[in-house]
Design a protein around this ligand. Structure first.
Ligand SMILES: [Zn+2]
Length: 553
């Protein structure tokens, strides 16, 4: 009896204690909620968190540039609230393939911001600054709307050490190139890039690239490549990229994965298969893609590499010789034949300095206009003349839609624009720089049902963040950087076309970078909250090896 009374008293006491603790905790929670403890609250959103998981409903609170809380949060908890009105809230898009070396002259980067992009990786295709520390450090004096990371590019390093010549490096030159790459990695580059169709990258053999990739590997970087060939020899080029990754011991990112040879249209199961095989062997290979059937690059990339050695002045001297000119024409003609196109009507001028009336017209049309000829030889002669006059930026309508779709469906494919910062109404550039992300979400997700909304977002956020080592971005998670985008998945669509590229997409209303609005109510703001994102080689030097961002591969 006595024991039972004692137990009863003990139970009452414990219950009272538990209630007290509960009330105390609740009081604390209430106190937390009643003072505006957050800078910004986003309510009424459907969250697609970047992981690929189905959307869920929650409020997101932001404080000091980070996602502070995800859950049911009262509007009184923040000094400012955005009602998302049932729209999609996603992590800001990470565009891992850009060419924005000139971004400091256009710090608003509005063509990217308006497609929901909050982080850019530049230095692609073998062309970058060789002063990575200076380039990334400039963001302090010249703040940007978006976050910025860069690769250190083989072509630029080679040019700095050896010029533009068509030759192999001496052992001493290899050492010098390695040390430039090493410095770039220590200054915060996220990896090494190559552009193996361009001068001078095209003159490098595989072993030269392996040497430099080993340096990037030592500092936790990856190898991003514009491959030696995306046409008739695309399979060999994929094999070379994989070989470099396996020999140097680092992850491989194949840039703007495509098949640009008409005869090989439909062969993407084979090219994707090569990547899958490498992954099955244990090499981390990923790819990126823009959502168009046309590419964009220089005019001279269609001309023989021997002709371009040493740069334009050297090439002009060669072309002054009649026989050499003839040889250049014949080699170019052979390349056209191999590519499966019958003439250059697939090649359209984006920007030609000496005569702006050429912009938007194909080489076939221009040749007709200038020479009143329509044969291939005259078209090549026209291209050579334009090259001699300084060259042109081009758009090549060279891919098949079936391959674009199949590549997009592959789990390891991310979405990236391959664009620079755009100046409104300047030339007739590829529309990808204005529309890429919105096009995927509007056309391929909503209209064509090719991939799910959640998977498309994953390809624009957590997959690029994981691949390039941005540890606290690409997901909506407490503690992560508040890079966010709000859009209407029922109306989002690209508007930029090949004829009229300077048009922003529809359906994106808010973009936040590090917790600050860079797009509010579809209007670009004055905020410049972007930061430099430095690779693991940088943090290793400054905060110690224990904090290395990327596990070694
Ligand atoms: Zn490229």
């Amino acid at each position: 009896m006595k024991t039972s009374l004692f137990l009863k008293s003990a139970a009452v006491l414990l219950t009272a204690l538990a209630l007290g603790v509960f009330l105390f905790m609740r009081g604390r929670v209430n106190a937390e909620a009643s003072a505006p403890s957050y800078d910004l609250l986003i309510t009424n959103a459907r969250i697609v968190d970047g992981s690929g998981n189905p959307w869920f409903r929650a409020d997101v609170a932001i404080k000091d540039g980070r996602i502070a809380r995800i859950g049911r949060l009262g509007p009184e908890s923040a000094s400012r609230t955005i009602d998302a009105r049932g729209q999609i809230l996603a992590p800001g898009f990470i565009d891992v393939h850009t060419h924005v070396e000139s971004i400091y002259s256009q710090p608003a980067a509005d063509n990217f911001v308006r497609m929901g992009v909050t982080t850019l990786v530049t230095g692609n295709c073998g062309s970058s600054t060789t002063e990575v520390g200076e380039f990334l450090g400039r963001i302090k004096e010249k703040p940007l709307a978006v976050n910025l990371a860069t690769l250190i590019a083989h072509g630029s390093v080679r040019r700095k050490v050896m010029g533009l010549g068509d030759r192999a490096p001496t052992p001493d030159e290899v050492k010098q190139m390695e040390s430039v790459v090493e410095q770039g990695m220590k200054d915060g580059a996220v990896g090494l890039s190559t552009g193996l169709i361009y001068v001078p990258g095209t003159y490098a053999k595989t072993d030269e690239i392996v040497s430099l990739a080993r340096v990037a590997a030592r500092y936790g970087g990856l190898y991003a490549t514009h491959m030696r060939n995306e046409g008739d020899k695309v399979a060999d080029a994929i094999r070379e990229s994989i070989q470099i990754g396996e020999q140097a011991g680092l992850p491989v990112e194949i840039s703007h994965f495509k098949i640009s040879n008409k005869k090989l249209w439909g062969q993407s199961p084979m090219t994707l298969g090569l990547v899958r095989d490498a992954r099955a062997r244990g090499l981390a290979v990923t790819v990126d893609q823009y959502a168009y059937t046309a590419s964009s690059t220089s005019l001279d990339s269609r001309l023989p590499s021997w002709l371009r050695a040493g740069g334009l002045d050297e090439a002009k001297k060669r072309l002054a010789d009649k026989d050499t000119r003839e040889r250049a024409i014949n080699d170019t003609k052979d390349a056209l034949k191999r590519s499966g196109f019958k003439d250059y009507s697939f090649a359209v001028v984006a920007s030609y300095g000496p005569d702006k009336s050429f912009n938007g017209k194909s080489i076939a049309e221009i040749t007709k206009q200038v020479k009143n000829k329509s044969d291939v030889k005259s078209q090549i002669e026209q291209m050579l003349e334009m090259y001699e006059a300084g060259g042109a930026a081009m758009i090549y309508h060279g891919m098949g839609e079936e391959d674009v779709k199949r590549i997009m469906q592959e789990p390891f494919t991310m979405i990236a624009s391959d664009s620079g910062v755009r100046q409104i109404d300047e030339s007739v550039p590829h529309p990808r720089g204005y529309g890429n992300n919105a096009r995927v979400l509007g056309l391929y997700v909503r209209q064509l049902n090719l991939i799910s909304l959640e998977d498309a977002i994953r390809k624009m956020t957590s997959l690029p963040a994981q691949t390039f080592g941005f540890r606290d971005r690409g997901l909506i998670r407490e503690g992560f950087a508040a890079d966010l985008v709000i859009f209407d998945e029922k109306t989002i669509i690209d508007q930029a076309t090949f004829d009229k590229p300077h048009q922003f997409p529809l359906g994106i209303s808010y973009v936040l970078v590090n917790g600050q609005l860079v797009l509010a109510n579809e209007q670009i703001t004055e905020a410049r909250p972007g930061i430099a994102l430095r690779g693991p080689g940088f943090s290793e030097r400054t905060v110690g090896a224990a904090l290395r961002g990327r596990p070694s591969f």
